[in-house]
Structure formats: structure tokens, C-alpha cells
Design a binder for this molecule. Sequence first.
Ligand code: ADP
Length: 501
Amino acid sequence: MSNLDRKPSRFADGLRRLLHSFRFRLTLMFVAILALVLAGFSAFIYNRQVQINHAEEVSRLVSQSAQLVAYYESQMAFTENQREGRSVSVPQSKLPLLPDDTLLALVGLDGKAVLQQGPLQPDILSALVKKWEDSPDTLQPLSFTATGQGRAGGTAYLFMVNPLQVEGRDVGYLLLANPTDPGSQLPRLAIALALSSLLIVLLAFGGGYWLANRTMQPVQAIVHTAQQISESDLSRRLNLHRTDELGELADTFDQMLDRLQAAFERQQQFTADASHELRSPLAIIELESNRLLERKRTPEEYEKVLRLIQSENEWMSRLVNELLLLARMDAGQIAQRSERVDLSEVIVDVTERLTPLAQARGVALKTGELGECYAQGERVYLTQLLTNLVENALKYTHREDGRVLVVSASKVQDGQPWSLMVITDNGPGIPEEHLPYIFNRFYRLDPARTRTEEGAAALVSSSGLGLAIAQSIAQVYGGKIEVQSQEGKGSTFTVWLPAAR
Ligand code: ADP
């Protein structure tokens, strides 16, 4: 394509974008409203001026007519032989001074003009007299349009016909007509109004477009920033610092980015941690099998390494299952089925199942008071929740007189009934600085501690996901887990679930 071909298309593209832009349409709407207002206003002014002119013309015509009638009646007199014929002599020489565009005629009773000033044709005269005679209100001025001499178009006149009387007898009529718009004021007013309205509309369009442009600048900044934000860099913010609607929009946008960034970072961290957790068992398996295959080994050596591989495999299976469970909870897949579950039953089940583990660790696992309390949820997940907490209590309590107590209770808080499961141990406790983080995924107090602790502890793994899973399950069913802990004295985990009626 040549440059010439491209130029008009770019111009057309720009024009199309301008015509479709919000600023342009906003300005256009604003100008259209203004134009309507101006048109209405101009029409009002014009009509008002027409009315004022008409009223002035009428009063001028009435007073001029009265003066002229009085003047001619005083000037006219019957001569002896005229008296019978009822015709009068009219003083031709003493015409009063009238403006050039005023039409004056004295008409005899026969309808013929005796005296006339201005361009009145005889037929127009008689038509006017007829029109006046037909009119019920004799003194009402009437309008007509006549073609004036030397004028191209017709001129609108306001005329009045008054009877002339001499010695109490009708002798004729005085006809007086004035142009309705002397000096063509009205067309000039119309042009002035139209031109000034057009000028105002043009100015308003320019000013409006400039203003709309300025107002839309923050929106353009939002668009620009949004275009620059990529999936891997969510750190950019608008920071508009305005108190108007656009500022609110930008703040909402920034807050949304904060949340997105936090979620994205959590996701990244989670993936990194999960890969890290899986990497070490895979490395162990690879190392051990390579070492084993270097040369012939005794059956005992093979068995030892196979057992190690088996244990690593179990660990990975458990980790993958936990990750899957978390992923399903994140996706909101576990809350769909829910039943009324007796928490005391769950406690009995879990403690019974974990008693061998407790015995292996030399910890006394007991249930306390088990009141009747119900919660809404899926039994298998609530069992998983409690198992995680009791396993932790057993796992971290290394004492001769280690004790773990599980009770259920009902409580009303803020007017809402809750069902509680409380797990108390007299283990090492959790230092205060760690408390805010223990529910985070993969968070372990002592990273050096391995997942296969010596002795009985090997029965329970330590992935750093146990509390995160428990908390997620509680939240899925509208509850929460609270922890109170004192270093050296033990911990109490309380599971709050909305009570089911
Ligand atoms: P883990 O698989 O390591 O047990 P959790 O998410 O269950 O992971 O627990 C996170 C951390 O909280 C643990 O590493 C442990 O240090 C601490 N913790 C949890 N429960 C207890 C408890 N009952 N007593 C002392 N520390 C605990």
C-alpha cells in the first residue's frame, strides 16, 4: 500500500474515533441542549418584539387618525350648491406633514379618492373601505399587505378608516395606513438573534470540547495504566488523589489491583512452596535409587531403600491430596452438599481413631463435656478439620504428662448461636510472634524440623498445610478457628461453627 493510500484511511480512522469518542458525544449533547434553549429564547424575544411593535403602531395609528380627522373636518365646509350633492371642497394645499411611508387617502361616499398621499391604488382603496365596512368594530385597526411603489416586495401595513362628517353629515372617509415594521427592525432583529446564537453555539462547542477533554484526562490515565499492567507486573497504581467521582473510580481500581496483586503473589508463593515440598522427596528417591543401582546390594539394603521410597511416596501422596483439597475449597467445590452434623459424634470418632497415635506418643487424649451441639456441614470435612487439630496437639506435645482434651459447647455471640469444638493441650505453646501466621499455607514454626520426626512422630507428617486446611473448612461453613497459646504452657484451638437448629 502506498503512503497516499494510507493517509486518508488514518485520517478517516481518527475522525471515526473522534466521532465515537465520549467527549465528542458529551459536547454534542451539551451543545444541542444549548442550541434548543437559545432557539426558544430567540423565538420568545422575537415574538415579544412583534407584540411591542404592534401595540406601538396601533396607538400611533389611532392618535394620528384622530388628529387628521379633526383637522380635515375643521377644514372642510359645504358650499351653497354642494350642500345638496353632499360633496365638500377639500383644502388640497394644506396637507399635514406626514412621514414618507404613511399612506393617507380621503375617500368620497362613492369610494373614489378625493385626495391621496402614498402608493394606494383605487381598487385597493375600495377593497380597504369594504373590508372596514364589513368589520363589526369600526375603530379597530386592520392589517393588509400592499405593493409599495419602488419596492420590490409587499409591505405590511396597519390601516384605519374613519368616517368624516361635516355639519353632522357623512361626507366620506379618512383612510390612514402605516407600515407595520418601519425601518425593517424585525428582520434585523431576527438576523442578530440568529447570528449571536450561532456564535454562542460555536463558542460553546469549542469550550465544551476543551472542558470535556480536560475532564476525561483522568480516564485516559486509567486506560493508559490499565494497558501497561501486565499479568506479571501488577505493581502499577493510578494514585489519582482526587475527591470526585473519577478519583473514586481510580481508588476502586487501585484497591482492586491491590487485591489482585496479593492474590497473584499468594498463588505464586503457593505454587513455589508446593514445588519445593515435592522436590525434596523426588530428589531423595532419585539419589537413593541411583546409589542402589551402582552395584549389587544385599537384600537388606534393597529392602531399606525400598522402604524409604515407599515412605517418601506416601508423603507425596498425602501432600498432593492436601493440595487438591485446598484447590477444591478455593474453587468453592466442597460447600455444595451440607447436612446437620452432631459435633460431639465427630469428636468421639476422631478421638477414638487417634487414640493409638496418642498412646504411641505417650499423650493422654481425653474428651471432656460433650454437649448436644450441631453444625451445618459435610461430616467428612468436619472430621478432617478436627483430625488436623488433634493430630497437631498430639504431634507437638512432647511431655511425660502430655494431655490433650477435646470438648464441645454451645455459645451465643452477638446474638448468633454458635457450636464450638475446643482442643486444649499442654504442649510447648506457640510464641506470640508466630500466632498471626500459623494458618498460612506451608507455614511451620521451625523450618528445620523435618516431616519424619523420630519415633512415634513419624506416624504424622508435617507439611505446614494442616491448619490452613482446617481454617479453610471452617470458613467454607461460615465459621472460624481461634487460637490462644502460651509458650511453655500449651495451646487452645477453638473451632466456631454457626449452630444448626
Ligand atoms: P504442620 O503440618 O507443620 O503441623 P500446621 O499448619 O498444622 O502444619 O501447623 C503450623 C505450625 O503451627 C506448626 O508447624 C506448629 O509449629 C504450629 N502448631 C500447630 N498446632 C500446634 C500445637 N497444638 N502446639 C504447638 N504448635 C502448634
